[in-house]
Design a protein around this ligand. Structure first.
Ligand code: F3S
Length: 412
């Protein structure tokens, strides 16, 4: 692999152990994937932040790297933590777990993530880290990667946990995969016959297409979505997150909507074609046959202000019978508080939590065994990572369930 003189100097003894290790990881990954050179990146997003997932060994690794002098060379943000870093007691977290989770965030702060004041979220693009079309970046969280590539037209592979930290320290990633023009063409054409309406419908569509795509780049044709729809970004956020969960899809195009599909025909020659004419199987494939849920979770990926407003509109004046938790980035929560949406939700008995992701939280230890959510990705990871039962339902059904008035099926 070609390295500039400066890049070579970061591999030398006197570059220090932190920089040298970062460069070794970046170069090793580049070699594995056939990169001819490295690319300077404009931003990094790091995953592997939940103490439940990384444990004591992961925390020691981070602390050691930080103590060796690891510092982010480019703007870098952090994925969600397991808990709200300020309101974890209200979520029921154990103080010992909270202390360890705080230590993880502190190690990243020491590395200069978010200028030393990390704001954990999987939607950095909602709080100012919004790459421009064509920007090379190195992001790690699968839904954020999908959004950045597809909706913003930036370029990133899905970085692994240590790989993203290394990219932040080196300010580089390998020139391979989705950084290259040739790999951004769609190989799967999706004819959409069953039109999704709600955000959760887009999630159901994504669950189905992801399962069929299996790492391919899908191209959606016939989707009745335009940028005039006030929730168009939220719908594509849900679509991409679901495809990332069920099929590791990191890039997709929507005819006439996503930037690369507007600029050029992004279909490869002779693509495979599939047709989606029913969204119901998308809901069913991520729903356990449970009789009850004991938590409703909204905000996977982290909710936008508009999504929180929609929940507030539906629960205003009501009395919820089940816990209803919304997760979002802290600046979005602050805006929801300022607009009065958080107060409406809390008056009904719900809560708006910042920083947290329930899929990477010790959900059982918090007392929940079955969770209803309007997110296919949320349901997927609740089942496969948090190891609880999940029910993927439209938002209206989730809220009706929380109110104790859901009667569409006898299953839940
Ligand atoms: Fe974000 Fe967690 Fe969902 S990281 S995309 S809220 S599974």
């Amino acid at each position: 692999m070609y390295l500039t003189e400066e890049e070579q100097s970061w591999l030398a003894e006197d570059a220090g152990p932190a920089t040298r290790r970062a460069m070794e990881i970046v170069v090793a990954l580049g070699n594995i994937y056939g990169a001819q050179h490295l690319i300077p990146v404009k931003s990094v997003q790091i995953s592997g932040v939940s103490y439940r997932n990384i444990g004591a060994a992961g925390l020691d690794f981070l602390r050691r790297w930080a103590d060796e002098g690891a510092r982010a060379r480019v703007p870098t943000t952090l994925n969600p933590t397991a808990m709200d870093m300020q309101s974890w007691q209200e979520q029921g977290f154990d103080p010992d777990f909270a202390e360890k989770q705080q230590a993880v965030v502190d190690a990243f702060a020491q590395m200069g993530v978010s200028a030393g004041d990390p704001t954990p979220t999987c939607t950095p693009y909602l709080i100012g880290n919004r790459p421009r079309p064509g920007d090379p970046i190195a992001w790690a969280e699968s839904s954020a990667v999908s959004f950045a590539n597809s909706v913003l037209g930036a370029r990133t592979n899905r970085e692994g946990g240590p790989g993203a930290i290394a990219a932040a320290i080196a300010g580089r990633t390998g020139a391979y995969g989705l950084h290259l023009d040739a790999n951004r063409y769609a190989t799967l054409r999706v004819e959409v016959k069953a039109q999704p309406r709600s955000i959760s419908d887009y999630s159901a569509l994504g669950a189905l297409v992801g399962q069929a795509a299996r790492r391919a780049v899908p191209y959606f044709a016939g989707l009745s979505l335009s940028r005039a729809d006030v929730l168009w970004e939220e719908k594509l956020k849900a679509l991409g997150a679901a495809m990332a969960a069920t099929g590791a899809v990191a890039l997709y195009h929507v005819e006439g909507v996503t930037p690369e599909a507007i600029a050029a025909p992004m279909l490869a020659p002779n693509p495979t074609t599939i047709t989606v004419d029913d969204l119901a199987p998308g809901y069913a494939m991520l729903s356990d046959d449970v009789d009850a849920a004991d938590l409703v979770w909204i905000g996977c990926p982290h909710a936008s202000l508009a999504e929180i407003e929609r929940v507030a509109d539906r629960v205003r004046g009501a009395r919820l019978r089940l816990p209803l938790w919304i997760t979002c980035a802290r600046p979005v929560k602050d805006a929801a508080v300022a607009q009065g949406f958080a107060a409406d939700i809390e008056a009904a008995g719900g809560r708006v939590f910042a920083d947290a992701c329930m899929a990477i939280a010790p959900v059982r230890d918090l007392g929940f065994a079955a969770v209803a959510t309007p997110s296919a990705k949320g349901a997927y990871y609740l089942r496969n990572l948090a190891r609880v039962q999940a029910k993927f339902m439209p938002l209206e059904d989730c809220i009706a369930l929380a109110m104790g008035i859901f009667s569409k099926t006898s299953k839940i």
